[in-house]
Design a protein around this ligand. Structure first.
Ligand code: PLP
Length: 524
């Protein structure tokens, strides 16, 4: 059993404030998880970040991953008791992952270590949080029910461009008191991603293909969230509240802090880093959740020095780190081989700005208002200076991304997915003297088409040869495995063609069509 980390006596209950300064009513962890977004539109952050002693961090290496996670959660003093937290962590990180290490390290060069975050049920890093959040969501709802503060169940609605939908389905399937509905653009996701979603098992899940692109999908869902009459009707007639599972929920962020603290302990235990020596971290970044988790790990006392923020051709974050100006007023959305990082508005940056501005909610409120009105904002000098001390950013071209996959395979016999390749290429550009931890965020077989392009020197966005384009995603992965001799495709991806298809409904993207579909699902 874990020796729980010291509770911080002066810590009391660790409540949550929001980034736009409406601090009047800080709320406990359970309520922050259920609310997701603060009423002001801001994001929840803990009032205090616990500090761990180096020896406490290093001692984590002796524990199984679930106990490491429980230790970190307990240190944050969340309003669930330690025994319950341990139970939830045992449920979150078990044989749903394909290795007992949960997120093993793979050393590429002497001092470059890949943190493989894709050993969960959907083979992408979002499992690290979405195998955990649903348990906390259900436990939080139960806690609020017992306190008489809640008497409804939930329907989680997710618009997805690919990865998040399946991770949410796998995370929430079978969870009591929660239904989950996922909408993806019809014809707009890969064969593998589509089959992952439409073959999902479980009684509380539903999947719809939506006519239109991802934007239509997302806009439709946002309108449904904003339709007060519909939400009222669901609440009074069905006793269901709509909710989302996107990465602005603090319950998705906290699980990600764990693996940065834990990996440092692991590197020291394996003799790859001397206890207390600093390392740098490089993260392929979209919504800024994963790299922000690294920043919280650093705040907790983990010897992480510089945080390297890797972007693809959507380089808004690279420019922001360089200039302090966040500007999307004249910026095109670029399609890249790393679609989960194709982003213009990086939501979790708001939390980082709050922390680096000395928790200045008013300033953050102003910047977000500027972003909304003028599509740009300028952070103040002190915040920019703090950002530049901690972070370095680089943007990697589509061509360089594919070349990196090919280069790493030839040099190391290791296949990277395009997101990881962006991080690795950025890491080589930005690194200093310190050992490096590079976040590897997806298994290559989720993105077989671009891995094939990389290995065959086909330009980024050029069509694949007809005979290759005719293959299913599974068949293409088989071919790549044959050509490279790398046969370790996870069964859950390799067997997709053989699974029964459960969801075939195609709906229009408008608000009304989505509401009809949701209502039919909830009254099934
Ligand atoms: C979501 C995702 C990312 C980006 O992570 P953020 O936390 O949004 O910055 C990177 N790689 C993959 C494979 C992802 O699914």
């Amino acid at each position: 059993m874990a020796a729980p980390l010291d509770r911080h006596d002066n810590f009391g209950q660790n409540l949550y404030v929001d980034t736009r300064g409406s601090n009047a009513n800080p709320i406990p962890f359970t309520q922050a998880v259920i609310n997701g977004l603060a009423p002001s539109g801001g994001l929840y952050v803990p009032q205090a970040v616990p500090h761990l002693r180096l020896e406490d961090i290093l001692a984590l290496a002796d524990l199984p991953y679930s106990e490491r996670a429980a230790s970190i959660y307990s240190a944050f003093n969340i309003d669930l008791d330690d025994k319950q937290i341990m139970g939830l962590m045992n449920a979150s990180y078990a044989d749903n992952f394909d290795t007992p290490d949960i997120c093993p390290l793979h050393t590429l060069d002497d001092d470059v270590h890949l943190l493989e975050l894709w050993h969960g049920p959907t083979s992408a890093f979002k499992d690290m949080a979405l195998q955990c959040l649903p348990h906390f969501f259900a436990a939080s709802a139960d806690a609020l029910r017992q306190r008489g503060q809640l008497d409804n169940s939930f329907c989680i609605l997710v618009a997805t461009s690919g990865d998040t939908g399946k991770a949410a389905l796998e995370g929430f399937k079978g969870v009591n008191g929660v239904d989950v509905g996922v909408l993806f653009p019809h014809g707009g996701v890969s064969d593998i991603q589509r089959k992952q979603m439409i073959t999902t098992t479980g009684d509380n899940v539903c999947v719809w293909a939506v006519r239109g692109n991802f934007d239509d999908c997302q806009t439709g869902v946002k309108r449904v969230f904003g339709d007060q009459a519909f939400n009222d009707q669901l609440l009074t007639q069905n006793k269901v509240a709509l909710s989302s599972a996107n990465s602005i929920n603090w319950g998705r962020l906290l699980p990600q802090v764990v693996y940065y603290v834990s990996s440092y302990a692991e590197l020291v235990a394996e003799g790859k880093v001397n206890a207390g020596d600093p390392i740098d971290v490089c993260v392929p970044t979209g919504n800024f959740g994963n790299i922000l988790a690294a920043w919280y790990a650093k705040q907790m006392g983990t010897p992480l020095e510089t945080l390297l923020c890797a972007s693809n051709e959507n380089r808004v974050l690279t420019d922001f780190i360089e200039t302090g100006v966040y500007d999307i007023s004249d910026r095109d959305f670029v399609l890249t081989p790393s679609p989960s990082m194709d982003i213009l508005v990086s939501s979790n940056l708001e939390r980082q700005l709050f922390e680096l501005s000395g928790r200045n909610g008013q300033a953050v409120q102003g910047w977000m208002a500027d972003l909304n009105a003028q599509k740009r904002f300028c952070a103040d000098d002190a915040t920019v200076a703090a950002m530049q001390t901690l972070f370095k950013g680089a943007s990697i071209s589509n061509q360089a991304c594919l070349e990196t996959i090919d280069f790493v395979f030839k040099k190391h016999g290791y296949l990277m997915d395009p997101h990881t390749a962006v991080a690795y290429a950025a890491a080589l550009q930005l690194r200093g003297q310190n050992p490096l931890l590079v976040a590897s965020t997806a298994h290559w077989a989720k993105f077989g088409d671009n891995v094939y392009r990389a290995l065959h020197h086909i330009a980024p966005s050029s069509p694949l040869p007809d005979d290759i384009a005719a293959l299913t995603g599974c068949q293409l992965n088989q071919l790549i495995a044959q050509e490279t001799g790398l046969w370790g495709i996870p069964k859950r991806l390799a067997d997709l063609d053989a699974l029964p298809i459960r969801f075939t409904e195609v709906i229009e993207g408008g608000q009304e069509a989505i509401e009809d579909a949701v209502l039919a699902f909830l009254t099934r």
